[in-house]
Design a protein around this ligand. Structure first.
Ligand SMILES: [Mg+2]
Length: 192
């Protein structure tokens, strides 16, 4: 069986507007271009995998149940727009600020590649054929550490150093622009 290619997408700042610790539907607002960008990637044969650090859980700002409720709502809204998310992976830990069981130096918190490896193994993904879109340098570092070559940044207001930008294949205004760039690369469009 041939392997799948996937687009690994950070959530906050890429799919929804970046705010400090989005834990409820009231705080969740899609970014312009996010839904159309996801649809473009999906139509180009990429599985859509969301990978998101959720230190708000570690810090006790909201619960894992809150997170799952919000994820269900997000996935429903995306499905109504023809976008099928394969799976959402999240890291609820923080090495310093975590409370109780959530205080740990885990393998999943980006810039570590744990969530990407878990998804790749579960969904039979070829990382060399995959791409990543994030809005922080730590997203790009996680992609590079996993073996993904094409990691793209979108501008969400986070401070992106010049050294960070050069690690990324490109810096785009939003997810639609990033997706357009990805699908225009012949190496990705060849195996639709
Ligand atoms: Mg982000």
């Amino acid at each position: 069986m041939s392997k799948n290619k996937a687009a690994f997408i950070d959530r906050d700042g890429v799919i929804n507007v970046e705010r400090d610790y989005v834990g409820s539907l009231e705080e969740f607002e899609f970014i312009d271009g996010a839904i159309s960008g996801l649809r473009l990637l999906q139509n180009s044969g990429f599985l859509l995998i969301v990978i998101t650090n959720q230190a708000g859980i570690a810090r006790g700002f909201y619960s894992e149940k809150n997170f799952h409720d919000l994820t269900r709502s997000m996935n429903q809204m995306l499905a109504q727009n023809g976008v099928d998310i394969t799976e959402v992976f999240f890291c609820p830990h923080h090495p310093v600020a975590g409370v109780g069981q959530y205080k740990q130096d885990c393998k999943c918190r980006k810039p570590k590649p744990g969530m990407i490896f878990e998804a790749a193994s579960k969904h039979n993904i070829d990382l060399t054929q995959s791409v990543l879109v994030g809005d922080k340098i730590t997203d790009i570092q996680a992609g590079l550490a996993s073996g993904i070559e094409n990691n793209l940044l979108v501008e969400s207001g986070h401070d992106l150093s010049e050294s960070g930008r050069v690690m990324a294949m490109a810096t785009c205004a939003d997810l639609f622009q990033a997706a357009s760039l990805i699908v225009s690369e012949s190496r990705y469009s060849s195996n639709i």
